[in-house]
Design a protein. Structure first.
Length: 422
């Protein structure tokens, strides 16, 4: 096949090239997870389905049709080949939806009815594919038709039955798959990205029904002596291309959405810890070394670890009484319990940093930088535990220094003359 010929006409590029590009991109996107989790039959099936869909548009493009017919030496050999791909894709889609939905329901809930339905789907679609080739062998289809075969041979014995058979099989499979997906969408407790992917799949299979309706209408029109060929040659391929894009999106969206959501949550967590990290880095004179090779997960873990280690070093300077007064002061200022707790913890950390700095001026710096884990006083253990569990909330409070100062002023005013550093 001449690649330039395949891309030479604008129509094949739009109708066939776009779905091929989207399906290939979807397959490439899912390929790493398919390879990594090769033993998962659902992932292998999804990859095979995308590959099969891509093959349909590759072999259905008019230049590819001409190439297939020329290589095989049989006029219109591409027709049963493409229709077989199409029926196989429909059967595989139905099987995958049954297995996918059943897999989400849990292995223990898989029923004999589901296994029986899967066998019927396999046998039924395999039988249709065999029948297509038998009918093609019996038909007289000696005139090559690259784009309008369905309407050109709509009244030809055996070819007529072949066309009707593949359209009925395709319509039936799409209707059943659509109903399975539609019922699944309304299931409670679905992940938001899975639900969006299912909606895209549902619209995609509904668009396939537009393909069937356009093809069927054009064929019936031929039976009655009318010419509605543009429905078959123009509208149907556009509907099929749109369906392929939507189906590819539906398969990729749950995985891509969850991946992007996880990336965003990690990035968001890293940024939200920034104020507390900067405060403790300035107080300790240390920080997490930057590495271009570090993954976002590793950077978040390193930042969390640094913060927890720094708080552990400060724990012997924590003032539980100050924290209690700061908490009550925050409540008096109209803060809710959660916000008041974060403000009280922030005030306690700031006071501990100042206490540590004051102690550093009275003792050897080496003693403060010792690598051994400090002994945490019993009275500070509970407070330290609470801080370690709420470091993100404390970090966010640091972005509101005026609020912290107001709470700190109220908390320290009654006992300011009595406060001394240990």
């Amino acid at each position: 096949m001449n690649p330039s010929g395949f891309l030479g006409e604008p129509y094949p590029v739009l109708v066939f090239g776009t779905p091929i590009a989207v399906l290939t991109a979807a397959l490439v996107f899912k390929l790493p997870s398919i390879v990594r989790l090769w033993r998962d039959p659902l992932r292998r099936a999804a990859g095979g389905l995308l590959l099969l869909a891509c093959g349909i548009f590759v072999f259905a493009a008019p230049p590819a049709v001409a190439w297939t017919n020329r290589v095989t030496g049989v006029p219109n050999f591409a027709a049963p080949l493409v229709y077989s791909f199409l029926v196989a894709f429909c059967g595989a889609s139905l099987l995958l939806m049954i297995a996918w939905r059943d897999g989400h329901a849990g292995r223990s809930e898989r029923s004999a009815r589901t296994r029986r339905a899967s066998r019927w789907v396999t046998v039924g679609h395999a039988g249709v594919i065999v029948a297509l080739w038998v009918l093609f062998g019996l038909a007289d289809a000696s005139v090559e038709r690259r784009r309008d075969l369905d309407t050109y041979y709509a009244r030809t014995p055996y070819m007529r039955e072949l066309i009707v058979l593949y359209l009925l099989a395709h319509t039936t499979s799409c209707v059943l798959t659509y109903r399975l997906i539609r019922d699944w969408i309304h299931t409670a407790g679905l992940d938001v990205w899975l639900r969006r992917g299912l909606k895209s799949l549902a619209v995609g299979y509904a668009a396939n029904l537009v393909f069937d309706a356009a093809k069927g209408t054009a064929v019936v029109a031929r039976w009655t002596g009318r010419d509605l060929d543009p429905l078959s040659t123009e509208l149907a391929p556009l509907a099929a291309g749109s369906a392929a894009v939507l189906i590819a999106t539906g398969f990729v969206l749950p995985h891509a959405g969850q991946y992007l959501r996880d990336r965003w949550q990690i990035r968001r967590g890293h940024l939200r810890l920034g104020p507390l990290y900067d405060l403790l880095r300035a107080a300790t004179g240390k920080g997490v070394p930057f590495s271009l090779r570090a993954t976002p997960e590793l950077r978040l873990i390193r930042r969390e670890t640094f913060i927890r280690d720094a708080l552990l070093q400060l724990s012997r300077h924590f003032d539980e009484e100050l924290r209690r007064r700061a908490y009550e002061a925050a409540l008096d200022l109209g803060c809710g319990p959660g916000r008041a707790g974060a403000l009280a913890a922030t005030v306690t950390i700031q006071e501990a940093i100042e206490a540590r700095a004051a102690m550093a001026r009275l003792s050897s710096p080496q003693s403060l930088q010792s690598p051994h884990c400090p002994q945490v006083p019993d009275r500070a253990t509970d407070l330290l535990t609470e801080l370690l569990q709420n470091i993100e909330a404390v970090s966010q409070v640091l972005s509101h220094p005026e609020e912290i100062e107001a709470v700190r002023a109220l908390a320290t005013a009654p006992a300011e003359s009595l406060h001394v550093y240990e």
